[in-house]
Design a protein around this ligand. Structure first.
Ligand code: TXA
Ligand code: MG
Length: 321
């Protein structure tokens, strides 16, 4: 079993030696390695069982550092960075040669983020290299928002999990690239809502195609739990399933006739931030029960609700391979 602790020294030592460490961020836990070392980065792909055509986000602690890694920052990217970093925003920018091709899967653009977590920011400041880190789950599984999620999914594949508590946002970062006219293109909705992005950057282009996604989080079957998840009107679906073996993932209310421990309410007061924070934990929890099906419903499609609905859509049974 992986070692879980709060020792920055130990995390730093593993990373300096070219090993991987699970790190806390405000979005989800990441599986980190020296982004400038292809050998270290390869260990991430191995531990996650992730195809190497799938690029990784590079994490750093200060906007000043970003210039070492990218050739050009469009003015609108700078505005977004100033508004949301440190925070759940990832920018796709043209990379410098110092970033290995393995990190970007051969793409000329690198994904960069400054996470908003005090422990990880301290760790990044101690290191003289940035950290490549995808979410710390096996490829295609639910993202981890606690050290326990990481430990139960990756087991002994990660030597150390830096414990920074539960993720405060609970959804992966919002990923934004820029077209040839420097116009923002949203590749993945996440911890920053569309409304918040557009308030700073103006109207954005959406890259919603999941046929040939540039961003793997946009693969249709991502984030799926092991137990089939059906998304729709819970009340209408309920009568078809045996109450003792049915799990409920609801936005704000309980459903009669189903054991309370099989039901998770994302936010009883209907708060989308709270719902986002609870979403992946709820999926991990329901997935750990002896159930035949999970019945889930959409949340209001506004603010963070859009990203929550996106993750639910990708977790539903029709989208499992
Ligand atoms: O909040 C987050 O973004 C978390 C934390 C750990 O920072 N990370 C995360 O990483 O969600 P990951 O690998 O699970 O998702 C990152 C997404 C992937 O879908 C990947 O395809 C996309 O970002 N991505 C990374 N680099 C890219 C690039 N150069 N061009 C296009 N997409 C890229
Ligand atoms: Mg991921």
């Amino acid at each position: 079993m992986a070692n879980i602790g709060k020792e920055l020294d130990l995390a730093e030592q593993y990373l300096r030696e070219g090993d991987i460490v699970a790190i806390p961020t405000e979005t989800v836990y990441g599986l980190a390695a020296n982004a400038l070392s292809p050998d270290a980065v390869l260990k991430i792909f191995e531990a996650k069982n992730r195809p190497t055509f799938n690029p990784l986000i590079v994490h750093t602690y200060d906007f000043g550092q970003v210039h070492y890694f990218v050739r050009h920052i469009p003015p609108v990217a700078e505005k977004l960075a100033n508004s949301f970093w440190p925070g759940p925003l990832t920018l796709l920018l043209p990379k410098k040669d110092i970033i290995p091709d393995l990190v970007t899967a051969g793409s000329p653009r690198v994904a960069i983020r400054i996470p908003n977590h005090p422990l990880t920011l301290s760790l990044l400041e101690r290191l003289d290299f940035p950290l490549a880190a995808p979410s710390a789950n096996p490829f295609g599984y639910i993202s981890p928002t606690t050290p326990a999620h990481v430990a139960s999914q990756l087991k002994d594949k990660v030597p150390y999990i830096l414990d920074g508590g539960e993720a405060t946002i609970g959804l992966e970062s919002t990923i934004i690239g820029f077209d040839e006219n420097d116009q923002p293109v949203i590749h993945r909705l996440g911890g920053i809502s569309l409304e918040a992005v557009e308030a700073i950057a103006g109207t954005c282009i959406f890259q919603t195609s999941s046929e040939k996604p540039e961003t793997s989080g946009m693969l249709k079957s991502h984030y799926a739990p092991g137990i089939p998840l059906l998304l729709g009107n819970i009340e209408e679906m309920l009568p078809q399933y045996s109450p003792g073996r049915t799990g409920i993932l609801s936005f704000a209310r309980k459903y009669p006739g189903i054991p309370p421990r099989h039901q998770v309410i994302l936010s009883s007061k209907g708060d989308l931030f709270e719902a986002a924070r609870n979403l992946f934990s709820a999926l991990h929890y329901l997935d750990s029960l002896d159930l035949e099906v999970i019945l889930a419903e959409n949340v209001p499609n506004e603010g963070l609700g859009r990203a929550i609905n996106d993750r639910l859509e990708r977790a539903r049974v029709e989208n499992k391979q």
